[in-house]
Structure formats: C-alpha cells, structure tokens
Design a protein around this ligand. Structure first.
Ligand code: MMA
Ligand code: CA
Length: 286
C-alpha cells in the first residue's frame, strides 16, 4: 500500500509536472507555427530578391538606354533644326516648281507665238506674192473697172497720140459705157481742165462707120454732141471729147491732148516692171 501510495504520489507529481510543462509546450507549439510562417515569408522574400536580381539587368540596360537618350538629345535637336530647314527648303522648292510650271507655260506661249509669227510670215509672203501677181497699173495710170487710164497733158495729132499710147503698151482710151466715159472726163479735167482730148474712136477705114482703135465697132453706147458726127468739110474722121464733155468728129491731123488705156498685168515695153509699179502704188495708195 505504501508502495502504491508512493507510486501514486509520484504519479501525481508527474501529473503536476506535466501540467506545468503543458503551458511552455503550447508556447513552443505556437513558436513552431510562427517559425513555419516566417520560413514561408522568408522563402517569398528570397523569391522577391531573385526577381529583383533578375530585374537589375534590364534596369541597368534601361539606365544605359537613358544615358544613350541623353547623349542622343543633342543630335536630335540638330535633327529637329535640320527638319525645320528641310521644311523651309520644301516650301522654297514648291515655289520654284510653281515658277518652273509658269516658265513652261510661258515657253509654250512663246512657242505658240513663234509658230503664229511664222504662219503670219508665210501668209504675208503669199499675199505679197499674190499682190505682185495681181493686175495693176503702171505709174501714172489709174485703174477703172479693171483697165488703166492716163490723161496726157501734151497735144498730139490723133495718130501721134495713138503711137504714144502704144509706147506705153496700150491704146487710145475706148469708153464703151457711160460710167467709163464719165471717168475719162474727170481724169482729164484733173490734169488739163476743160479742154478737148482725143480718145480711140474713128471712121478712117470707112466714112460714117465709126470703130474703136482695136477694130471693134462702136456698139450701142455713144455720147455724140447734138449734130455730130457731121464730118465737117468732109475732113473729120477722128473723135474727141469737146469742152462740153460730148463727142465730136474732127480733123485727125489737129493736135489735142489725149487719154491712153492699158490692160493691167501685161509686161511693159518701156522696161518698167510690174513689181516696181505695185510698190509705187502701195507707197501712194489711192
Ligand atoms: C464746130 C462743129 C464741129 C466741128 C468743129 C471743127 C466747134 O465745133 O462744126 O462739128 O467738128 O467745128 O472745129
Ligand atoms: Ca464734127
């Protein structure tokens, strides 16, 4: 019993010791939990540290890039200035291009004008050629209805007057209509006033049969003075314009002024040329 009691006592003490030990054990368990949590956190921190270490390389690269960028900023400014210069140059180039376009258009206009000038030159040359070829009157002669006339202010017999006209390449004037007759009167009076003048009508071949000096017959038109032709004294075979602007037969050997006519465009026997005649006429247009 005593032994049992002693053992029981010992057990009770152990139990007490156990109870007393249980508290620090609990503390130890909590500490153990804390340690586990700390170890987890430490592991996390180590991983973070690794991450940071891994980040340091790109960071260094970024720092170097930043340095590079700083160093690049100076050339970048220069580039920006260059860009400004380029913009200004581009504006200038645009203006120059517009100028060039203007120049091209002007040159086109210039070419057109030159071609026009050439064309006009050709036209002028052709017209001048035609003018030279155009029928025209020699100097001193005036054209009326396509025939050239000249009033001579010298007195000659009918045949000498006819010969003078022949020297000019023509004949005595043959007014076959009233208009031409009136023209002859005005042409003559401008030169000689109201004086009689021979023209190209006669009846020397057959008395009473009046004909023109080219051999053609008188025709329907005449301007005889009343009572004419009378072949006065039987000696009047040549016809003149009297002072009353009418026709009269008169003696052929009397000397009167006269009017010649020429068909234009025929070469002159006297050596004058058509060209010089044309030029003189165009120098003094009528
Ligand atoms: C008169 C008249 C005419 C004639 C001349 C000659 C003045 O007119 O008789 O018929 O021809 O004289 O001079
Ligand atoms: Ca008469």
């Amino acid at each position: 019993m005593r032994q049992l009691s002693t053992t029981l006592d010992a057990l009770k003490r152990d139990q007490d010791n156990m109870r007393q030990l249980s508290t620090p054990l609990d503390a130890l368990k909590r500490d153990q939990d804390d340690m586990r949590q700390l170890s987890t956190a430490l592991d996390a921190l180590k991983r973070d540290q690794d991450d940071v270490r891994q980040l340091s390389t790109p960071l260094d690269a970024l720092k170097r890039d930043q340095d590079d960028i700083r160093q690049l900023s100076t050339p970048l400014d220069a580039l920006k200035r260059d860009q400004d210069d380029m913009r200004q140059l581009s504006t200038t180039v645009d203006a120059l291009k517009r100028d060039q376009d203007d120049m091209r258009q002007l040159s086109t206009t210039d070419d057109t004008l030159k071609r026009d000038l050439d064309k006009e030159g050709s036209r002028t040359a052709a017209l001048e050629q035609r003018l030279h070829e155009m029928p025209s009157c020699p100097t001193g002669y005036t054209m009326f209805r396509g025939t050239c006339y000249k009033a001579f202010n010298t007195r000659k017999t009918f045949s000498d007057a006819a010969a003078a006209c022949g020297e000019d390449g023509g004949t005595l004037a043959m007014p076959r209509d009233a208009e031409t007759d009136t023209f002859l009167i005005s042409l003559h009076s401008a030169v000689s006033g109201k004086r009689p003048f021979w023209f190209g009508l006669h009846d020397q071949r057959e008395e009473g049969s009046f004909e023109w000096v080219d051999g053609s017959s008188l025709g329907t038109y005449n301007s005889w003075c009343p009572g004419e032709p009378n072949n006065n004294r039987g000696r009047e075979d040549c016809v003149l314009h009297n002072s009353e602007d009418e026709w009269n037969d008169a003696p052929c050997n009397r000397k009167y002024r006269f009017i010649c006519q020429i068909v234009p465009g025929r070469p002159l026997a006297t050596g004058g040329t058509l060209t010089t005649n044309v030029l003189r006429l165009s120098d003094h247009p009528q």
